[in-house]
Design a protein around this ligand. Structure first.
Ligand code: PSU
Length: 306
């Protein structure tokens, strides 16, 4: 059997040839994380933010069984509207490819493919984590184990309190994954700028983060790095409001028996409805903010590498 062929988008192929800065972007956020058409508008806007900050966006997905790194607008549109597309974490990729199916790649799958494509930096909204009640359900996102073994730096806005944040931080510590907050002492909680917990480390510029990435790799660490970038002040939601909304959505999910990979999409959708769109608006703002930081890191990182 031939090795996997990665289909590079035109701009990504050009950036690779020129050793230019590239930022990987995931596609589960498009296929399962936001409703249409906000998902498509956000996907386009996030790519533009990456370009505006000097890097090339590489949205990653599986289309008709083929791995794409860099999508054109037609492909983005098709993914955003598809009802057949699978939520694909790293372990799902091979089966989806054999079936010639479509897959929206989660953080774990996107990290894996980015690493194959030699892309070091990846921007998303929130990573998966240890779910509340995991001591009963064992529901821990594969994103965390992937972070423990794949050298991709992931920029996120922290972890949503649909998850158990203290347990998530404990788990990534066990996985030897550094957690670095950008310009903050606190670990952010996605919709809000602080989870009430301290981050392990704070760095204040994209250049410092790029340097840390290179040192982490030189140390032979073999793990990813989690960069936690707090949502901009103006877009953050009120803590009491969002905590109440999340608690309501989590209780509903339990009552309905929602489990496994359906939990995160169900909660995101319910929180959006219960918050009358406020959570979606915040989600869009924070993804753009993460894309901007990731692009600036990629520019600094490629300058340091050469
Ligand atoms: N958090 C969000 N939006 C998302 C996700 C997480 O705010 O779209 C997606 C990401 O793709 C992440 C995945 O990798 O959900 C985690 O799913 P699970 O909890 O089933 O591992």
């Amino acid at each position: 059997m031939a090795p996997i062929t990665i289909r590079y988008g035109r701009d990504v192929a050009a950036a690779r040839a020129a050793s230019g800065p590239i930022v990987a972007l995931e596609s589960t956020i498009i296929t399962h994380g936001m409703p249409y058409p906000a998902n498509l508008e956000t996907a386009r806007a996030v790519e533009q933010v990456v370009r505006d900050n000097g890097a090339t966006p590489a949205t990653i997905a599986v289309i008709k069984g083929e791995v794409f790194v860099g999508l054109d607008d037609e492909q983005l549109e098709a993914l955003a509207q598809s009802k057949q597309v699978v939520k694909a974490s790293g372990r799902d990729l091979a089966a989806v490819m054999v079936r010639k199916g479509d897959g929206g790649t989660t953080v774990s799958a996107t990290m894996r493919i980015a690493a194959l494509a030699g892309i070091d930096i990846f921007a998303t909204g929130g990573v998966g984590g240890v779910h509340r009640g995991a001591e009963q359900t064992f529901d821990i996102s594969a994103d965390l184990t992937e972070l423990g073994q794949t050298e991709t730096t992931v920029v996120c806005a922290g972890v949503k309190s649909i998850l158990d944040i203290p347990k998530t931080l404990e788990y990534v510590e066990t996985q030897r994954v550094p957690v670095i907050a950008y310009g903050s002492d606190d670990f952010p909680a996605f919709y809000t700028r602080s989870s009430g917990l301290k981050a392990d480390h704070r760095l204040d510029t994209p250049e410092e983060i790029a340097e840390a990435m290179i040192l982490h790799a030189q140390l032979g660490s073999g793990t990813g790095i989690l960069i936690a970038n707090p949502i901009p002040e103006a877009d953050a939601l009120d803590t009491a409001f969002i905590d109440k909304t999340i608690a309501e959505a989590v209780a509903e999910a339990e009552k309905k028996g929602v489990a496994r990979k359906e939990v995160t999409p169900f909660l995101l959708d319910r929180i959006n409805q219960l918050s009358e769109g406020k959570s979606l608006k915040a989600n869009i703002a924070l993804v753009k903010n993460n894309a901007a930081l990731a692009a600036r890191m990629a520019v600094a990182h490629s300058a340091l590498k050469t």
